[in-house]
Design a protein. Structure first.
Length: 268
């Protein structure tokens, strides 16, 4: 691992860096020597056909998947590896847990604790993982539930909430951990069309109000165009094309990008 730096330094250090990252499942290469930087405060959306590797990017950042080659860095420090005797070695479970606490993720399925209220769901991580005093965790959770428009539902259990409401609680729960990076994986795809707007509005508000670094995988091209600083089109385990939303959606340069966007437009 000597060709990879032990730490990234300098004023232009990205919040997230994938450096030559490869992920394989047996003979299948899902990500092929991926290089991707995400600046602090940047909102990057990943689009592409099924099997292109886009969700794998998020799963590797959440350390739900190991990588076969390369290194991922978060805020200048290696995520997938750690320093030992002046070299990078695969990260230990303890190191991974510490680094993972900087990253929040909202999944397609909300994964709320069914036996806890909305407030309890938000408080659990800060108290159990961060060791935050309960009073502080409660105050922060109440503030975040208000931010996502769920202040009047904080004493309700998930079974009493709609899908859109559950997803908004899931966003608040992830934010309660004070992450430096937020990941959104198809957060609207399990929702009814009439409640998609309430979740996308919450994400818009987060983009406007907080300097969070965000990566989002979505199949909603209009939302991606509206909210992103940059859009990356993945194809066959690599970035086929990337750019500002107005450029990528308005004037795609690569034939595969053109074909994908045309197919998505026809499906809509």
């Amino acid at each position: 691992m000597s060709r990879y730096p032990l730490e990234l330094t300098g004023d232009d250090t990205p919040m997230v860096r994938f450096m030559n990252v490869t992920k394989r499942y047996g003979e299948l290469t899902v990500l092929d020597h991926l290089d991707l930087d995400v600046a602090e405060g940047e909102m990057v959306t990943i689009i592409g056909p099924s099997g292109s590797g886009k969700t794998t990017v998020l799963r590797m950042l959440m350390t739900l998947e190991t990588i076969n080659e390369g290194v991922i860095y978060v805020d200048g420090k290696p995520l997938t590896h750690m320093e030992k005797n002046g070299a990078l070695v695969p990260a230990s479970p303890k190191y991974l847990r510490r680094m993972r606490s900087q990253i929040g993720m909202c999944f397609q399925h909300f994964n709320l604790f069914p036996h806890m209220t909305a407030l309890g769901n938000c408080m659990e991580g800060p108290v159990q993982v961060l060791g935050m005093p309960k009073a502080e965790a409660r105050a922060r959770s109440e503030e975040l539930l208000e931010l996502v428009g769920m202040a009047d539902k904080m004493d309700q259990h998930p079974s009493r909430l709609s899908g859109g409401q559950q997803q908004r609680v899931a966003i608040a729960r992830a934010l309660a951990m004070r992450p430096k990076v937020m990941l959104f994986d198809e957060v609207t795809s399990a929702l009814d069309p009439e409640v998609i707007g309430e979740v996308t509005n919450v994400i818009r508000d987060l983009v406007d109000a907080h300097n969070l670094t965000m990566l989002m995988v979505t199949h909603q091209m209009g939302f991606a165009k509206d909210i992103s600083d940059r859009v990356c089109f993945f194809y066959d385990g690599a970035i086929e094309e990337q750019g500002a939303p107005e450029d990528l959606f308005g004037n795609p340069q690569r034939e595969r990008t053109q074909q994908f966007l045309s197919a998505v437009k026809e499906a809509d």
